[in-house]
Design a protein around this ligand. Structure first.
Ligand SMILES: [Zn+2]
Length: 249
């Protein structure tokens, strides 16, 4: 499984974290070849094999991994030993302070976000597309980490993984109006009567308002780099999912 690492998170020895790419799995087209999502129409045996390849690469037991049934919400689940690989919770953010429970967020254009608080040894994985970002899923997850583990925003390290950028994400005027009314006009770009949205700009504004300084953005547009990443838009919706994974050791 070919993965990319975060510079920010690779400095820490008590966690492992990465983002996956299209490469290094066994799935066939249009899921070729490292798709990790079961709900997209791929052969489930191939998806399981891809999960095993990733688990082997990062050194965890596949059944200990928690992924999500993602619904573009602001719902957060606090993970303990009662959850398993086969019963993913319906939500868009996972947090835990338990070691050896890998947390996974999947995406194909939306932003996969990994969080680490080295002071309280707590981690998070968040899925934020336009809807999640405008519903403040990331600030709400950080608030939940504070309430649950005592994590302060300036103690949390944040990485925004590969996602569709403002170069490629065209939106309609209703979404543009919603984005402006919610306070993020800087995330919009107007060009030749078209409107483009940069979701990471919304996320960075929110992190900045919380006073978070340890933030890394993986500057890779999943649509521009469609040969490297699954892209819901560039692939006309029928495609696989990459993932962000983080584990407390
Ligand atoms: Zn692009």
């Amino acid at each position: 499984m070919k993965t990319i690492e975060s510079t920010l998170l690779s400095a820490f020895t008590k966690i492992s974290a990465c983002f996956t790419t299209r490469y290094g799995g066994v799935s066939q087209k249009p899921f070729s070849n490292a798709n990790l999502a079961f709900h997209v129409g791929d052969n489930p045996i191939d998806v399981l094999t891809n999960h095993d390849l990733l688990a082997h690469r990062l050194g965890y037991d596949r059944q200990s991994l928690i992924h999500m049934r993602q619904i573009h919400s602001d719902r957060i689940t606090i993970i303990d030993e009662t959850y398993t690989f086969d019963t993913p919770p319906e939500c868009d953010a996972l947090i835990t302070d338990r070691p050896n429970i890998p947390l996974m967020v999947m995406s194909a254009d939306c932003t996969p976000i990994l969080l680490y608080d080295p002071v309280h040894q707590a981690i998070g994985a968040v899925h934020a597309g336009r809807a999640g970002a405008l519903n403040e899923i990331v600030p709400k997850t950080i608030e939940s980490m504070r309430d649950t583990f005592g994590s302060m925003p300036d103690e949390i390290y944040t990485v925004l993984g590969p996602s569709i950028s403002g170069c490629c994400y065209e939106i309609n005027s209703a979404i543009a109006e919603e984005t402006t009314s919610k306070g993020y006009p800087e995330a919009l770009r107007y060009e030749n009567e078209k409107i483009f949205l940069d979701v990471n700009t919304i996320l960075l504004t929110q992190l900045n308002r919380l006073g978070m300084k340890n933030v890394e953005v993986i500057e890779e547009c999943t649509s521009c780099l469609n040969d490297r990443y699954f892209s819901y838009r560039a692939d006309q919706q029928r495609t696989g999912r990459i993932a962000g994974v983080i584990i407390l050791r």
